[in-house]
Design a protein around this ligand. Sequence first.
Ligand code: ATP
Ligand code: MG
Ligand code: MG
Length: 548
Amino acid sequence: DHVMRLVGAAGSFDIQLPDAYFGQVVTRFPPEPSGYLHIGHAKALLLNDYFARVHGGQLILRFDDTNPSKEKTEYEESILADCSALGVKPDRIEWTSDYFDVLLEWCEKFIRDGNAYVDRTPLEQMREQRLHCVDSAYRSQSVEENLRLWTAMKQGLPEAHGCCVRAKIDMQSKNAALRDPVIYRLGGMSGDADHGGTQIAHHRTGTKYQVYPSYDFACPIVDSLEGVTHALRTSEYQDREAQYIWMCRTAGLRCPHIWTYSRLSFVYTVLSKRKLTWLVEHGYVDGWDDPRMPTVRGILRRGMQVDALRAFILSQGPSRNITFQQWDKIWTTNKRLIDPVAPRHTAIARHEHWTAELAGLEALPEWQQRTDAEPVLRSVPRHKKNPTLGNKALVLGSQILIESDDASTLAGGEIVTLMDLGNARVEYMDAAERKLGLRFLPDDKDFKKTKKLTWLTNGPELVIAELIQYGYVLSKEKLEEGDDFAAWAVENDASKRIVSVWADMNTRLLSVGSFIQFERRGYYRCDQMWLRDGDVIRFIEIPDGRIE
Ligand code: ATP
Ligand code: MG
Ligand code: MG
C-alpha cells in the first residue's frame, strides 16, 4: 500500500527486474563505512529497497569494509541511522569482513587452480602494462611459488612487501576490466612500512588479517554466498560486468543478475566522500548535516520529505543516462507534498517593519470581552484549505507591525486586507517615521482588488525567529574533467543568508522537524525550537523549486 502510494507520487515509470519471482528477490545495498551517506547512496538504497519490497523479497545492508584505513564504526552507526531516517529497514545486516576467512580460501583456490597469481610489479608499471595489454613478468610464475608468496603475504612477512594477487583473466581483452584485476592486497601501514611501521587496524577484525580482498573480488563472491538474486550497479561499472561474472563462474558459484542504473549527480554539487570531507574540514559548511550538504542528513535537515526523494528516484527509473539533475525538480516534488499539510504562520522582518495604529477593533466580539490581563485572541484556521490541521491563535491589538516592502507601497485612503482579520482603510502615512494609521472596516468584505498584508500585533506575544536561506556550495553548475572543485567552492557566509523576524506566538509550539509556511515568504523547517522566554526559534528555508 505504501509502495503503491509512492509509485503514484512518482508518476509514470517503468522499472522491472528480469527473472524476479515473488518472494524470491534478494537485493543488497553495500556502502563502505567510510563516510556519511549522500543522495547518490540514497538512490542506491531506495532502489534496492523498492525492488525488495515490490517483489516481497529481502534487502541486505552490507557494510563493505575491506579498506581499514578509511573505515570506522562511527560511520556504520551513521549509515544505520540514515537508513532508518529514509524509512528503510534492511532485513539483514552483513559485513564483508565476516567473510574474510572464506575469501582467503577462495583466493587460495584461485591460485591453486592457476586462476590467480602473486604479482610484485610496482604499481605504476602495472598500470602501464594494463593500459598496453602487456603481461606481467610474474604472470607465468609457478603455482608453488605463488602459494609460497601468498603464505608470506598472509603472514605479513617482509618478503611479501609490494605483492598483490591478481586474477588471471585476459591481458589482451578489449575490456580493460578483464586485464588481470587485483583480487587481494596487503593492508595499509601507518608510518614507514620498510622500517617497522605499524599495521593499520581494521575496525572489526583488528590486526588479525594482513591481507584484504578487493571490491572486484569480494563483491561477486559475497553477493553469491548471501543469496543475492539481483545486484544493482551503477553504469560506470558496466565494463566490469564481465569481470563480475568471471569471478562467480571461476569460484563455481551462482551468478546474480546484474541490473544497471545511472549514477546520480546534481548541478552545483559534489557527491564524493573525499570532496564532501574537504568542504567540512575547510569550514565551507558547518558540518556533515549542514543543509547545503547533499548528505542524507543535510537534505533532510533542509526539509526534504522522504516520499519526495523516493518519488524522484523511482521516477528516474531505469534511465542509464548520466546527466546532471536540477535541484528544482526534486524540490518541486517536495513542495507538492508539503504544501497541503504545512500550517501557515506569519513572520515580519524585524529591522524593516512599519508600525500601524489600528482603530476600530471595538466592532469585534473578542475585543469587547477583553480584559487587561490577557491578550485578545481570535481563533483562525492553520491552513485555509486543510481544516484537519485545526486552528491557531491570532493576537489582536491596536498596534500592529507590517512589512516595510508592503507598507511603503500604500497610499492614504487605500483599502487593504489584513490577513485573517479583514479590510482596513489607510488613514495616514508617515514614511519618515515608518508609521501609518489604519481603520478596520468590519463590513467591507470585498477582497478582490485589495493588497493582502501579513501583519502581527506588537506585544509580548511576539517571538523572535531566525530564517536561514542557503545557496549552493559550488559556484559552477557542472564541474568538468580536470576542474579543481576547491576553486569553485563558495565561502561559508556567502552561501547563507540569515534574516531576523518577528513570528506569531503559535510558532512556540513547533518542534524540531516541523515544517510550516510563513505566508508570502515560503516553506520552512524548524531547526531549533522554542523552550523558554528569550529563545530564538531557528527555521531553515525549504527550497520550493522556483528558480531564483
Ligand atoms: P563515494 O565516491 O561518494 O565515496 P562510493 O561509490 O565509493 O561513493 P560506496 O559506499 O561504495 O560509495 O557506495 C555504496 C553504494 O552506493 C554503491 O552501490 C554505489 O554504487 C552507490 N552509489 C554511490 N554513489 C552513487 C551515486 N552518485 N549515484 C548512485 N549510486 C551511488
Ligand atoms: Mg566504494
Ligand atoms: Mg566513489
